[in-house]
Design a protein around this ligand. Structure first.
Ligand SMILES: C[S@@+](CC[C@H](N)C(=O)[O-])C[C@H]1O[C@@H](n2cnc3c(N)ncnc32)[C@H](O)[C@@H]1O
Length: 423
């Protein structure tokens, strides 16, 4: 493990997320320049010919953007429809969607819209949005629907999603849905201004990105984005092109670590289903997506706890000491999650056999007072799947990128990046 890392890897704030990286705020985004540097180091070793980058937990597409900037083909998977929409929007920009025209169409439609209806309905709508805010968001929604080109429209939805995030009655300081105090409600008069501000920023980000890819050699990259559970997803071609996997999986089940589903719930209820991938069930209530994510269902806990034994010696030791400490039941969520994580990586490996480099960034935490060394557990899983760990980096997280405390654990203040080779 190395400690002397480039200062740029520790940068936080807007400058650390240039061009498309800053389009939509998503939990636990990776550090773009660090991951880009790692991709470059691997390309130096294997060459660019025939390389496809894969991220099976693609989130908002940090790795995707870094791959596309280098002109590499890309496959991404995520179970979260908002994450997938964001990646599709970024892919549309890469493919040259006319975002400026979509913006003009949206703003013109908005100026001429005098309808006062609320166009969506879902459980607890009136809890999360006051009526004037819901009317205003409905106007924005109708205006975006006036954009005929679906790829460009998806870019508009990412701006809308960001507007929803800051306009709802849920606090922006937490990823969970959590009511703001009465005195802290968003002024509905500000909603259109917020949208227009976010739109201006997105247009600038698109221009910055287009300038960067203008010098990109040869043909446009081939991009595949799947909205699926990676444990079942067919990541594709069983050829030797999937050589570079770069990813950051969840750190535990969503309920006790990061509730990506709750974070996305309001946006995916406002954005029309026709423009979203993923089944309707995932959007049916605030818990559906978190339950469907890795480690989310305790129905599997018993069977998962049994079949994961022997795959990770680190997990086996943790479970044994939890039993001795009378905490076995508390730790079953961890075994349940690790078994799901194992299934996910096993599926990725089965659908992308052949020589590969995998770069996996994880964080450690504690559960019921016991340290869960997810970095070591991932290393064990990689060895079990036939990989050879060749490098590791540990870095201290510079700011408060993660919720630092959760019901199960304490500080998540370091992350580990593991590089594994498959022959
Ligand atoms: C740490 S985040 C990835 C963030 C991403 N690296 C970025 O920079 O935006 C982990 C992702 O795993 C996804 N996820 C959780 N369970 C999944 C599953 N079973 N299949 C596919 N994706 C899943 C979550 O929706 C989340 O987007």
């Amino acid at each position: 493990m190395e400690d002397n890392q480039p200062a740029a890897w520790a940068a936080v704030g807007g400058s650390a997320r240039p061009n498309l990286h800053g389009m939509l705020r998503y939990p636990a985004m990776m550090v773009p320049c660090m991951q880009g540097d790692i991709i470059d180091a691997i390309l130096d070793e294997v060459g660019t010919g025939g390389s496809r980058v894969v991220d099976p937990f693609v989130g908002s597409g940090t790795i995707m953007t870094e791959a596309l900037l280098r002109g590499l083909d890309f496959t991404g998977v995520d179970i979260n429809p908002l994450a997938v929409l964001t990646c599709e929007a970024k892919a549309a920009i890469d493919a040259g969607a006319n975002v400026e025209r979509a913006a003009v169409t949206t703003i013109q439609a908005l100026r001429s819209d005098i309808v006062e209806t609320v166009d969506v309905d879902f459980p607890w709508l009136s809890k999360w949005f006051d009526e004037p805010a819901a009317r205003c968001l409905s106007r924005l929604r109708r205006s975006i629907l006036a954009v005929p080109d679906q790829p460009a429209r998806k870019v508009m939805w990412t701006v809308f999603a960001e507007t929803i995030r800051v306009s709802s009655n849920s606090r922006t300081s937490t990823y969970k849905l959590h009511m703001r105090p009465e005195g802290d409600r968003v002024d509905p008069e500000r909603i259109v201004a917020n949208f227009e501000g976010a739109l201006r920023q997105t247009l600038q980000r698109v221009r910055d990105y287009q300038a960067l890819i203008a010098g990109r050699p040869e043909s446009d990259p081939d991009i595949r984005i799947l909205c699926d559970d990676v444990r079942r997803a067919d990541i594709g071609t069983k050829d030797d092109r999937h050589r570079i996997l770069v990813t950051s999986p969840p750190y535990g089940d969503n309920q006790t670590t990061i509730p990506y589903g709750q974070f996305s719930y309001l946006a995916v209820r406002w954005i029309p289903a026709e423009d979203l991938k993923g089944s309707d069930t995932l959007r049916s209530n605030t818990f559906a997506l978190d339950t469907a994510s890795l480690g989310g269902s305790l129905k599997t806990a018993k069977a998962n706890g049994e079949r994961i034994v022997g795959i990770s010696p680190t997990l086996d030791r943790l479970v044994a000491s939890a039993h001795s400490a009378g905490k076995g039941r508390g730790l079953r969520k961890v075994s349940n999650f690790v078994a799901d994580l194992f299934d996910a990586f096993a599926q990725v490996r089965a659908t992308t056999p052949g020589a590969a480099h995998w770069v996996i960034t994880t964080g450690n935490r504690t559960a019921h007072g016991m340290p869960v060394a997810l970095d070591e557990i991932c290393r064990d899983i990689m060895c079990y799947l036939g990989g050879k760990p060749v490098a590791g980096l540990r870095r201290r997280l510079p700011g408060k990128r993660m919720p630092t405390r959760n019901s199960m654990g304490s500080l998540i203040n370091t992350e580990t990046t593991l590089v594994v080779e498959f022959a």
